[in-house]
Design a protein around this ligand. Structure first.
Ligand SMILES: Cc1cc2nc3c(=O)[nH]c(=O)nc-3n(C[C@H](O)[C@H](O)[C@H](O)COP(=O)(O)O)c2cc1C
Length: 202
């Protein structure tokens, strides 16, 4: 009997380990790449907003935001933003209540890097960043033009947000060190800036 119990516990342990150790990637809906407000109206209306509803964004909106920031916009694999020598060496992470994910534009999916809600690491000095349901983290690899790539990407995403009626604010104030660790960045990679996004509060 004891041997049977040990064996059962062992098998249950393996099942539990297997179930909990697989990362949960998220397939994104095809981004909606046309329409929206006229460009000059969006540019006129863009403003940093610092109040957010905690309501989670649906995946279609998340897909549209990420595509605007750094999606693939032509059959030859070029992106919605220019990159020096077309290096495409920017990485975009999405921090959500469900965890942290790396945007895979080719696969149009979110690849899980942590199943923890890392938003408290954004909110030490500005609590609203812990309320907003989505923050994008722009990461460079130490290249000369990393900041420019991040700037293009956050501005594209911010303009989409204005067009979609969402609030957004670009932010440098995040716990870079702790976040880099949680995102498993290597020594050459660095967090450049973030974009906090959500619906307007009710
Ligand atoms: C690189 C960068 C970093 C920023 N960091 C923060 C930040 O940490 N917190 C914040 O509330 N706003 C931040 N902002 C937003 C600016 O405060 C804001 O853009 C500025 O006040 C002008 O307002 P506007 O965006 O509505 O035109 C940042 C903006 C930039 C471009």
């Amino acid at each position: 009997m004891k041997q049977f119990m040990n064996k059962t516990a062992f098998i249950l342990g393996i099942v539990f380990y297997t179930a909990t150790s697989f990362a949960m990637d998220i397939s994104l809906p095809t981004p909606q790449t046309s329409g929206g407000m006229p460009l000059m109206d969006v540019i006129s209306a863009r403003r940093s907003e610092r109040t957010f509803s905690p309501e989670e964004l649906d995946l279609q909106i998340v897909s549209n935001i990420l595509w605007s920031a750094y999606g693939i916009s032509s059959p030859d694999g070029k992106r919605t933003i220019p990159t020096a020598r077309n290096l495409q060496n920017l990485r975009v992470y999405a921090l959500t209540p469900k965890g942290a994910f790396l945007y895979d534009a080719t696969g149009n999916k979110l690849v899980e890097v942590s199943n923890k809600d890392l938003r408290p690491l954004l909110a030490e000095k500005q609590a609203y960043a812990g309320v907003a349901p989505l923050t994008l983290i722009f990461v460079g690899d130490g290249g000369k033009y990393d900041g420019m790539h991040a700037g293009s990407a956050y501005q594209n995403a911010a303009l989409y947000c204005v067009s979609a009626g969402l609030n957004q604010v670009v932010r440098g104030l995040v716990d870079n060190e702790a976040l880099a660790k949680e995102l498993q960045l290597d020594d050459s990679q660095a967090i450049i800036v973030s974009l906090t996004i959500g619906r307007k509060p009710a």
